[in-house]
Design a protein around this ligand. Structure first.
Ligand code: 13P
Ligand code: SF4
Length: 316
């Protein structure tokens, strides 16, 4: 806690955030993986696609993005005239980091006849080198619109890529990247949990490894997983994605049981995204108070990254 916030109680911090929101004409957008307190002060909580759409249509002057850097950067690409702040500029993404722009440019050069469909979990530089951006909600829908004869490069998530290749029957060239959180789950411990809770369904994000997805009763993006537990009649679920999502699941279905899927390593909370969890209520308050740190980028980069994002929004 900094000297600027150390005298504030949790309630005062929340009140200050709501007061600043009015003064700044700001909107607080939060991803489902944010800590519960942040989700509770947000105006809108969503998955990557919903947050990008919301960022495009907001009438607020300031977008306070409670998520990771590539998400706030996407909001800025779609809204150059607005101020976009993020509680912690260091909130990155292992998946995005697994795809450096120079290596991705080389990958494209090696396959000049391929169309590059790139998951939104990447930097603005990688977006700018791509043809179409996708999210886990719309990847399948977008790929089904590409003619069969068109070869595809799918980057950077190999697990999502493999899953989509399987569901669409498309033979794609897939970048070798992964998310540290979704690769941390233990198949063995999850199978044990299934035996202990035979009534529980396993629901999983497609960023999980294939070995885990093969046991899943349902696979989907964060918002699809949330919708599934609302529509489905089971009483319990083992949730194989970042456990921040359980806050909204529990709020919407208070009589159901949600069990966070365990990680292989008992010595860490490895199923928690260390990047998402860098954002705290204190940092949220400070970024609004100081209007810093802000996302900034050159017009040239922004316009190149905008084209494949616009294509995604048109196609989804
Ligand atoms: P979605 O919320 O779009 O499913 O993405 C999950 C994720 O890993 C975000 O970083
Ligand atoms: Fe990136 Fe994985 Fe964290 Fe999502 S959960 S922000 S993909 S590291």
């Amino acid at each position: 806690m900094t000297t600027e916030t150390m005298n504030l109680t949790k309630k005062q911090l929340e009140d200050e955030i709501l007061k600043l929101k009015k003064e700044l004409n700001a909107v607080i957008l939060a991803h489902y993986y944010q800590e519960s307190e942040i989700q509770d002060v947000a105006d809108f909580i969503g998955d990557s696609l919903e947050l990008a759409k919301k960022a495009k249509t907001t009438t607020a002057d300031v977008i306070v993005f409670c998520g990771v850097h590539f998400m706030a950067e996407t909001a800025k690409i779609l809204n150059p005239e607005k101020t976009v702040v993020i509680p912690d500029m260091q909130a990155g993404c292992s998946l995005s980091d697994s795809c450096p722009p120079d290596k991705f440019a080389e990958f494209r050069r090696q396959h000049p006849d391929h169309l590059a469909i790139t998951y939104i979990n990447c930097s603005a530089e990688v977006k700018a080198l791509s043809d179409i951006i996708c999210t886990s909600s719309n990847a399948e829908k977008l790929i089904r619109q590409i003619p069969e004869s068109q070869p595809i490069l799918f980057s950077p998530d190999k697990n999502l890529g493999r899953y989509i290749a399987k569901t669409t029957g498309r033979d794609m060239l897939i970048w070798d990247g992964a998310c540290i959180v979704h690769e941390a789950f233990s198949e063995e411990k999850i199978l044990k949990l299934k035996l202990q809770h035979p009534e529980a369904k396993l629901i999983a994000h497609p960023e999980c490894e294939e070995v885990l997805l093969q046991h899943a009763d349902y696979i989907g993006s964060t918002s699809r997983l949330l919708q599934y537990v609302k529509d489905d009649t089971s009483s319990a679920y083992i949730v194989a994605t970042e456990p921040g999502i359980i806050h909204q699941m529990q709020k919407s279905q208070p009589n159901k049981t949600f069990i966070a899927a365990p990680a292989q390593d008992d010595s860490c909370a490895c199923n928690n995204c260390p990047h998402m969890k860098l954002n705290t209520m204190e940092k949220l308050y400070l970024c609004m108070k100081n209007l810093s740190p802000q996302i900034e980028m050159s017009d040239d980069l922004r316009l190149r990254a905008l084209a494949p994002l616009e294509k995604m929004l048109q196609m989804s």
